[in-house]
Write a protein that binds this ligand. Sequence first.
Ligand code: PRX
Length: 638
Amino acid sequence: MSYPYQIRTADQYKTAYEKSVNDPEGFWSEIASSFLWRKKWDKVLEWDFKKPTIKWFAGGKLNITENCIDRHLDTLGNKPAIIWEPNDPEEHHRVLTYRELYTKVCQFANVLKNNGVKKGDRVCIYMGMVPELAIAVLACARIGAIHSVVFGGFSAQSIADRLQDAKAEFVITCDGAFRGNKEIPLKSVIDDALVQCSFVKRVIVLTRTRTPVSMIKGRDVWWEDEIKRVETQGNPECVAEEMDAEDMLFILYTSGSTGKPKGVVHTVGGYMVYTNYSFVNVFQYQPGDVYFCTADIGWITGHSYIVYGPLSAGGTSLMFEGIPTWPDAGRFWQIVDKYKVNILYTAPTAIRSLMGFGLDPLKDRSLDSLKVLGTVGEPINEEAWHWYDEHIGKKKCPIVDTWWQTETGGILISNLAGVTPAKPAHATLPLPGVQPVLVDENGKEITGNSVSGNLCIKFPWPGMLRTTYGDHERCRQNYFATYENLYFTGDGCLRDEAGNYRITGRVDDVLNVSGHRIGTAEVENAINMHAGVVESAVVGYPHDIKGQGIYAFVIYQGAHGDDASLARKDITQTVSRIIGAIAKPDKIQFVSGLPKTRSGKIMRRILRKIAEGELDKLGDTSTLLDPAVVEEIAKGKL
Ligand code: PRX
């Protein structure tokens, strides 16, 4: 596999960038020509950010799995597509060649068809990090079903909300998942979710943990039985469905500043081109490289840079079932040495947590195979950046700090490994095709360097979201209405004297906890579900490992009120039930009132300062309904 559009020098980057701005259609059309299309597109781009409508490669016909699998069979059939490392290092690993992946995806695509799944149907996938998760995703794409993967840490209630929003009639899950020393009973969580979702017709269950599960007659079937059925039918192939470039590929739910998570929609053609282009350029992937992204496929990073980007490039993608600290904090490094990983892509929170274990876990690890390191998901602090550089990359591996979002589909701002310069804690420069602008509160563009503002993008790129499922107006409101004719990212950003971008974090009420996106309103809603809670307010505060922690101020009048510790646990339990363990508050402070303006609006700015411990910077509190409450809260700070 060769990548004619791979940028190899800083000059080539400059030229590509200029072309992408001066002639975006010519630029992307040339790149898209390297892919396998059943029919070429009629028009490269049609767009209007006001509505918004964004169409890339309209009229083009293709199937993304033919690009991720079939087209590699002749040349890479016996090469590993997916290497799978199990949670338990004693268990045998698995390697799926492109040929094997092809067979398995076709088989499972036929399983889906046998179970009534058709083009356009939504399929919810709730599985641990096993190869069958990637197979399920690709099998959906093969038959034109829209996958919606839900991360294994979300609760039954969260799944039910997503199933209802997507009107998904099909679920694929596992009996359970292994994560470190835990066993997560996935099927049982699905069973709880389905109590509220009687429209779900079929649940396909893969055996992984052998956790006992209930199987409901007429609804639940075993993955393995269904594969046998397909085998006896004797048709190993599954002809890929012909898709329009703008047909939906998947829905992925993500948190916003208000209400329930929204279903971000990505479409087939543009997403394919963009994830491939960004993968090949940012990581400088070379044929034969072993690439290890430590994310979970339940998040966008896993979609774009475990499955679609690497596979469309004919790459070898390593999938890891477990966690970085089990059985010990040397697990990543053991995996790197075991498979001679060349490119490692992980999150700052993982680096910070591993830093805490010192250098012992690195003893006897060579890490010699590493060429490129990457980070994603949150700002990386300089200390973590330098530790990664010195102790993992041994100062010979460029680090790419990749900034992007669920909505952007792929990396938008990042240095290109070894091609454009890195700068600690800076995502640096936009990829070709990406036109960032900084704006002030009124939407006025801030030009020049050494400035800061809200980060927007002023021109479409192929990987961007097209809508939020079932509610296009919400998409417009959220991303395209704040500033006219701009896509608003929700992030604050600095541009240094040389034009490098540094993302400083969200400017809305979205938290980033261990690289996971969580809306404060969502956590508040969950806390307020607890019977004893009168009102609550949630803010973020700096956390050494997680980046941000969740701090909840709660007015409480319920049971166990005389036992603050138990009441806190009750609330935490409620949040776990409603959202999932990832949204559990780190701190819960009981208060008698919340600082409110006279019109009844909670003054989060003040609560944020208290949570951050900046008690001398609370600002003017005289306009509050009850200024005394601030003093009380500040005194009780945890
Ligand atoms: O605030 C930014 C932060 O993560 C947000 C997007 O979260 P999500 O949609 O879950 O996607 C995460 C993986 C792409 C952004 O709005 N973020 C992501 N990458 C970086 C980052 N902040 C700083 N530097 C990054 N490299």
